[in-house]
Design a protein around this ligand. Sequence first.
Ligand SMILES: [Zn+2]
Length: 163
Amino acid sequence: MQGFCDSCEESVDHLFDLTRLPEFREVVRRQNYRKVCQLCYDDLYDDMKQQQENQDRRTEVRHSIKLKIGISGVDREGQKFSEQTFTHDVSLSGAKISITHQIEQGSVLTLSVPDTKFEAAVIIELVWQDGKSNSAGLKIVEASDAWAKMISQAIETTNTKKS
Ligand SMILES: [Zn+2]
C-alpha cells in the first residue's frame, strides 16, 4: 500500500494499516494514526510494548497484607481439600499464601474470601517449603476487577492505619 505516513508524513511505498492490528487499538484511538511507514511502525511498536510491560509491573507490585482466605481443590495426592488460611502478601494479580496442604505447582485451585462473596480460579505458580509450613505464590487465572478492587481497598486501609 503506497501513500503518506500518518505519523512522519513521508511518502512511502509500503504502509502498515494499524486499524487491522488489535494491539494498536489504543494508538489508533489516541493518536489517530491509521497508516504508518516501517520506521514509525517500529517506534510505535516499541512504545506499545514498553507501556504493556509497565502495566504488568504495576499489577505485580506486592503489598504485605494479611487477608483471610479460603483455598480449595485437589492436592498433590489427588485428594480434595479445603483450607482456611491467609495471605502473606497480595498484588493486583495474585497473592502469596500460607498453606498446610501439599499442592502441586501448576495446579488450578479455588480461592475465596470468606468475608465477601469473592471466589476465583487461581493457578499455583510457585510452592515454597520452609520446615513444616508451606507457602504458595498464586495468580488469578482471569483478570478480576472484583479482586483488584478488594486489594486496592485493603492497601488503602493499611496505608491509612500507618499514617
Ligand atoms: Zn512514518
